[in-house]
Every structure is written in structure tokens, then in C-alpha cells.
Design a protein around this ligand. Structure first.
Ligand code: MOS
Length: 759
């Protein structure tokens, strides 16, 4: 019997996860209709009707140097052009270095400030804003602005060409664990070893919606700002500190976002520029970036990982070394968690990890869906596959033989980890047991067929958040929190939780988000919104129940006068006696009889860090991929994917599945398509458009099967949920690479994997 057959409890033995009326159900998006009918408005679609001005950003054609002269006369002579902002005429600002930072662990160093100096630090740096009556006029006038430059020819832009500049970051956002054991020695003594380089090139987020800010200039210099952002409070605090404004002077609203993927974690420069123009001109201003400019404010960093693994003769991991070099800008230190996964995924007593940065003449990299996790697991999971092949062990079995029962990086147990079950259920659904271990041995017509597997992992964090709730006498519930819905389904899942907890119909719940007047929430990122805002919504609705029950008890002839809250249930918009559900009061009755128009409550949800810190908290997955490689042309098609995910309780099986589908599609894209190509002579991304930056089309995506493995976790947060926004992409590219190896016998260690590497 193989280990694979021996491991794990079967799903049938587990208690089925508790589902409710709404929780755990495949509920369609509450905002779906608004989105498909065009009623959902995005940042650039808000308009005051007549009179709004349009700003067009001018981007630097050079990557490094100084602006020596600016001539705006010809642009200004156009009727309808109001002004051109450059570093020569922007007013002094209230900011100082620290206040200009965004929240939530920004990179170290000093952020780039648009229009504050004559210095050019990267290609496509915004160097002017032309403001005119129409967008077309602003764009045309931008062509009439004349700049002269002193160009610095010496550029550092290629990662591999600048490895000699690698140095440790001053402060790592994810400190690299200290070495454990003696990895170098253990490697030398290993029976099987792998020592290879794994490269991952530049990639850009490319959401459909362009970055945009619409600033409505109101009475008393009050600004209402419609911004494309993953956090309205982040944009607000940024604007407040940069321009020295108080809360009530800058309200930021963002009800919908046409894709973020991390690009909206930092306030982007169009926000600064639109607010600047609005305050200076005392007019409403809109600034929308072009698709080309979407390549100018951050990207997934180019990364080189040197991995060495060693295993004993019986296939036990003895040594893991991952020395990684990634890029940052010359002005900030961008770090992500790339190597730590190598010390955590498998049981191994000898581990050496290192992460260094190379400063390049590019804009600072930026978090992009599963930042670091995608990169680190891509390399590690190919290396593990290579080692399994060398040891002559099935790659899935090899992973099970080296399964980590605890997190050795932190020396802590996992709060939950049903990864074994992911491997087992994924393998079963995929048909892994029928795999011919011989690479290059499965032929189907003109195609070589390959099967590969890889592991995925991502953080399961909960952050502090607030939420407020209002129940009105007509039984309608409004819940609000300043979080975002970047397409993940936040509106829907929060509505479900509120309806479930208070016991009302989903139709009676309105969930509000994306407005800086709403209660505090962190950015939407890090896959933590379900855990964070979900817990806040649960808490505020629990609090509402208590308030409502108190009111009900006080009523004259109340059926609950001698009853405790534990002895009633909240269901169908009623408080009813557990012992006799026919004894009830409707919520409306309680409010009306109390002569109260509405009940309001506002609570703060804090993670129980004392308890959570005792555990390592992660989401896991196992990805199985089938590829078909054309024998003559080297073209690769991913024909089948099974992704088995253990992510705690699943609140909405439909939106959850969509998150994983999207992640897998992007993983395939990362594996085979996406590549921002740098011209090392000009320091410029050459394919900065969607015609030449390749993403998959429908024809590239075939069968994707998502499995949610049962997982119970009382530690991670009160709902027992783990995030799903990022786990879906992690591991996919490695599984594709491993499948290509199995199909062809060729090991590809560079992303993207394209046919030239296979011919
Ligand atoms: Mo995500 S890269 O935290 O938006």
C-alpha cells in the first residue's frame, strides 16, 4: 500500500461543515445585476454633469536624468486648456516624509513624489498634468508641452545584469528565518541533490479598469473623491497628509473596482494629481490613466531563486537552501515573502534562507496577487518535483513523505492544515494513480501528455475592523464598513453573514462599503477581508441581537420578561422562544411597540492575537495539472486542472469557487503567457499594452475543477474562515512546469514557459 493510500482521514469521516440558511450556500452576487446592466459605477464614471475638468498625465520618455527645460506656452494657447502642472509650478505641500506613506506595511525608503523635482527616476515617470475642458483636448495639448532633458545613459534595469549590487534590505516586511541545522553540510551528505536557478520575470496587474480619480469640488473646499482603490481610508489618509486636510474635507468613495489584484493597495499618482488640480483651480477634476500608464506604477518583481535541495537515499528531505535576489527601486526597499515558504512547507531540519535586493532604475515593485507566495512556491515546488524524480519517487508521494506536521520556521503547530486531504481528494478526482511515472511516455496523436502536481499555500490572517448596523422599524437592516469589493464578492458574503446572524432575509439587508465615512477597515488585500470584515459584521449583528432582545424584554407583557438571550432564537425577522417557537415577536413589533424608529450599534472586532499567535495560520492547496505539448511546434495547452483547497469554512461556495477559478486562470497565464519585456537600453517596458502583453483568452482555458476540502479551525477567527483571494494562483505555474517535464522530459525553470524553450 502506498503512503498516498494510507494517509488522511477521508472526507466522509468528518462532521459535515455547519451550513445555515445562507452560510455555505452558492449564492449569486447581490451586485451582479448592477454590474451586468452598467448600473455599477466606477471611479471615472462619476460626473457632475457639466463643468468637470479633465487632466491628462504626461509620462517621461527617459528613464534617468533631469528635466532641464519645460515649455508649456503652446499648450496653454489652446482654447479650453486651463493649466499645465509641472515641478516648476506645483505649490508647496503639507507633506513630510512619514506622513506621505500609505498604511499597511509600505516598503521602506522614501516614496516617489510626483511633480516635486526635476529628477527622473524611472521611465514613464509622471512629469506633468495638463488640465483642459475635455479629455481629448487635454490629451492633445499634452503633445504640445515641450521638455528638454539631461539624459543619464548608465542604467541599471536588468536583474541578472545587476546581481553584483545585491544587498540585504534594511528592514524586511517578512523577516527571513535564521538558519536551522547545517544545510550546506547536510546537502553534501545527501544521496540525491538538486541545485538549480529559477527565474521569474516582470509582470503587471492589468486590471480592466484604468486607474482614475474623479474629484468633485464642493462648498467650503470640501472634496468628494471617487477613486479606484482597494481601500478608501488609505486614499483618504494619504490625501489628508499630503494636502494637510481634515477628515471632513476629503471624503473618498469607491463602490466598485474593475479589478485590483494589489495594484490599488497604494494610492496611485492620478489621485494626487486630480486632488492637486482640483484644489488649485477650485474646480472638479477627473484624471484617468491610459493603458500604457498602467505599466508605470508597480509590478511583480523580477526574481531569481537559487535553490539547493538534498534528500536521503530513502527520500527524506535533508537540506533546503533558497537564496533569492529580487529587484527594488533606487528610492524604496520593496520586500515580499519569497523564501520563507521553503522553510515551512516540508519537514526538514537543515534550512538556509536568504533574500537580497537589487536596486534598479525602475518604479518600485508592488504587491500582486499572492505577492512572494506565488514566486517562492513556483520555484520550490519545481525543485521538489526534480528531487522526487531523482529519488525515483512519485512526486505526490514524495511530498507526503516529507509532510510538515508543524511550522518549523515558527516552531508552532498549524491552527489547521488539511493539506493531506487536499492531496488525497485532488489526486482521486484527477486520476493521479493512473499516471505513468516515465517522463515523455504518454503520447496522444501529435501531443505529448504530462501530469504535474504542486502545493499552494497562503496566509490566513485576521485584522482589526469596525462595523456598524442599523435596524429600522420596517425590519430592514443596514450594515456598513469602509472595506472594498474588488470583485471578490464582499457585498454578497457580508450580506449573507448579516442575514444569517440576525435572522433576517438577505433581501432585507443592505451592506455598504467603499466610503470613508463608514467604520474603519483595513485595505482589501492579503486575502483577509472575509476573516476581518466578516468577523466585524458577525460581531455587530450579535450586538444588535442583544440590543433588540433587551428592548423586547422591557415591553409591557413581554413574552421574554423572564427569559435569557440564550433561550431565544433570532429567525425569520422574529425573536422566538427556543422552547416554543410559536411564542415570538417580530423585530418590527419590538421597535414599533417600543416607539423606536431604529436601533443602531457600532462595534470593533479585534483578532484574538494572544490565542492566534500560538499557531501558524495558513491556507493550503494541491494543484493537479494536465498539459498537452505539440511534438513539432512546442505549443503547450493546459487541458485539465484540479485544485483542491483547504480554506476553513466556505461562506459562499459560488463566489469562493470563482475566486479559485480566477486564481487558476491567472496561474496558467503566469506559467505560459505573461511577461513584461524590458528594453535594457532604455529602461522601458516595451509591451505596455494588452495587444502585446499576453493574457489567456477563453480558448486557452479548458477544464478547471475546484474542490473545497473540509477544514475546521476555531483559531483563525470567529467565523473559522480563511481567505480565498490569493491561494488559487499559488502553485499553478509549478504544476504546469512539472506537467511539461512529465510530458517532454524537459525541465523549464524560467517564466513564462514558451515554445522556444521546448524546441
Ligand atoms: Mo492583494 S496583492 O493583497 O491585493
Amino acid at each position: 500500500m502506498s503512503l498516498l493510500q494510507k494517509v488522511g482521514v477521508s472526507a466522509e469521516n468528518l462532521e459535515p461543515q455547519e451550513t445555515g440558511k445562507y452560510i455555505g450556500k452558492p449564492i449569486s452576487r447581490v451586485d451582479g445585476r448592477a454590474k451586468v446592466t452598467g448600473n455599477a459605477k466606477y471611479a471615472a464614471e462619476f460626473n457632475v454633469g457639466t463643468g468637470i475638468l479633465h487632466g491628462f498625465v504626461i509620462s517621461s520618455p527617459i528613464a534617468k536624468g533631469k528635466i532641464t527645460a519645460v515649455n508649456i506656452r503652446q499648450a496653454l494657447s489652446q482654447k479650453g486648456v486651463l493649466t499645465v502642472f509641472t515641478h516648476l509650478n506645483v505649490p508647496g505641500l503639507a507633506w513630510f516624509d512619514r506622513s506621505y506613506r500609505d498604511q499597511d506595511a509600505p516598503p521602506g525608503g522614501s516614496p516617489f513624489r510626483p511633480l516635486q523635482s526635476d529628477e527622473i527616476l524611472f521611465s514613464q515617470q509622471p512629469i506633468a498634468l495638463v488640465v483642459a475642458e475635455t479629455f481629448e483636448l487635454a490629451r492633445y495639448a499634452a503633445t504640445l508641452v515641450h521638455f528638454e532633458y539631461e539624459v543619464k545613459e548608465e542604467l541599471s534595469v536588468g536583474l541578472e545584469q545587476n546581481l553584483d549590487k545585491a544587498k540585504k534590505p534594511e528592514k524586511h516586511r517578512f523577516p527571513v528565518p535564521k538558519p536551522r541545522g547545517d544545510a550546506e553540510k547536510a546537502l553534501k551528505e545527501s544521496a540525491f541533490t538538486v541545485e538549480e536557478d529559477y527565474y521569474h520575470g516582470y509582470e503587471h496587474h492589468n486590471p480592466m479598469e484604468m486607474f482614475a480619480s474623479t474629484v468633485i469640488y464642493g462648498d467650503d473646499d470640501r472634496l468628494t473623491i471617487y477613486d479606484k482603490t482597494q481601500g478608501v481610508l488609505n486614499s483618504q489618509s494619504y490625501i489628508k497628509s499630503v494636502f494637510g486636510l481634515s477628515d471632513d474635507k476629503a471624503r473618498v468613495i469607491s463602490p466598485f473596482m474593475g479589478g485590483g489584484f494589489g495594484s490599488g493597495l497604494r494610492p496611485q499618482y492620478q489621485l494626487y494629481m486630480a486632488v492637486l488640480a482640483s484644489l488649485e483651480l477650485k474646480r472638479s477634476v477627473k484624471v484617468v490613466l491610459t493603458r500604457q500608464q498602467m505599466f508605470s506604477f508597480g509590478h511583480r518583481p523580477a526574481t531569481l531563486q537559487k535553490i539547493a535541495l538534498g534528500a536521503s537515499a530513502d527520500g527524506k528531505l535533508q537540506a533546503i537552501i533558497n537564496k533569492c535576489v529580487s529587484e527594488t527601486s533606487t528610492f524604496e526597499e520593496y520586500t515580499e515573502n519569497i523564501v520563507n515558504w521553503s522553510g515551512q512547507m516540508y519537514q526538514c531540519d537543515n534550512v538556509l534562507l536568504d533574500h537580497q535586493l537589487v536596486p534598479l532604475d525602475l518604479y518600485t515593485p508592488l504587491d500582486m496577487r499572492a505577492p512572494g507566495g506565488v514566486t517562492g512556491m513556483y520555484a520550490l515546488e519545481i525543485a521538489i518535483d526534480e528531487l522526487a524524480v531523482k529519488a525515483g519517487i512519485d512526486p505526490l508521494e514524495f511530498r507526503l513523505m516529507n509532510y510538515a506536521e508543524k511550522d518549523q520556521n515558527l516552531d508552532k503547530p498549524f491552527s489547521s492544515k488539511e493539506l493531506r486531504e487536499c492531496y488525497r481528494q485532488g489526486a482521486e478526482r484527477f486520476g493521479w494513480s493512473k499516471r505513468n511515472p516515465q517522463a515523455g511516455a504518454t503520447v496522444e496523436g501529435n501531443n505529448l501528455v504530462g501530469w504535474g502536481v504542486a502545493t499552494g499555500c497562503w496566509e490566513a490572517n485576521q485584522m482589526p475592523s469596525r462595523a456598524k448596523a442599523m435596524l429600522s422599524a420596517d425590519g430592514k437592516l443596514t450594515v456598513g464598513c469602509a472595506t472594498a469589493d474588488i470583485g471578490t464578492g464582499t457585498y454578497t458574503v457580508m450580506t449573507q453573514i448579516a442575514a444569517e446572524v440576525l435572522g433576517v432575509a438577505m433581501e432585507d439587508v443592505l451592506f455598504k462599503l467603499g466610503d470613508s465615512v463608514l467604520p474603519m477597515s483595513p485595505l482589501q488585500g492579503g486575502s483577509w477581508t472575509m476573516a476581518t470584515v466578516g468577523s466585524a459584521v458577525k460581531l455587530v449583528c450579535d450586538d444588535m441581537k442583544t440590543k433588540l432582545f433587551k428592548l423586547a424584554k422591557q415591553l409591557e407583557n413581554s413574552p421574554f420578561s423572564n427569559i435569557k438571550e440564550e433561550d431565544v432564537i433570532f429567525s425569520d425577522s422574529r425573536i422566538q422562544l427556543k422552547a416554543d417557537t410559536q411564542k415570538y415577536l417580530t423585530f418590527s413589533e419590538v421597535l414599533q411597540k417600543s416607539e423606536v424608529n431604529y436601533l443602531e450599534t457600532d462595534t470593533t472586532s479585534l483578532p484574538n492575537m494572544l490565542e492566534q499567535n500560538k499557531y501558524s495560520r495558513f491556507t493550503h492547496s494541491a494543484v493537479f495539472v494536465e498539459v498537452k505539448v505539440d511534438k513539432d511546434l512546442g505549443t503547450v495547452h493546459v487541458t485539465r486542472v484540479v485544485d483542491a483547497v483547504a480554506a476553513g469554512r466556505i461562506i459562499n461556495t459560488k463566489t469562493a469557487r470563482s475566486q479559485i477559478l480566477g486564481g487558476v486562470v491567472w496561474g496558467i497565464s503566469m506559467a505560459l503567457h505573461e511577461d513584461t519585456v524590458m528594453d535594457n537600453n532604455f529602461g522601458r517596458f516595451m509591451n505596455h499594452n494588452l495587444a502585446e502583453y499576453h493574457v489567456p483568452v477563453n480558448a486557452d482555458i479548458k477544464d478547471i475543477d475546484v474542490i473545497f476540502v473540509e477544514e475546521h479551525d476555531d483559531i483563525v477567527n470567529p467565523l473559522g474562515v480563511k481567505g480565498l483571494g490569493e491561494i488559487g494562483i499559488v502553485g499553478v505555474a509549478a504544476a504546469v512546469s512539472n506537467a511539461i517535464y512529465h510530458a517532454t522530459g524537459k525541465r523549464l525553470r524560467n517564466l513564462p514557459m514558451q515554445l522556444d524553450q521546448l524546441l
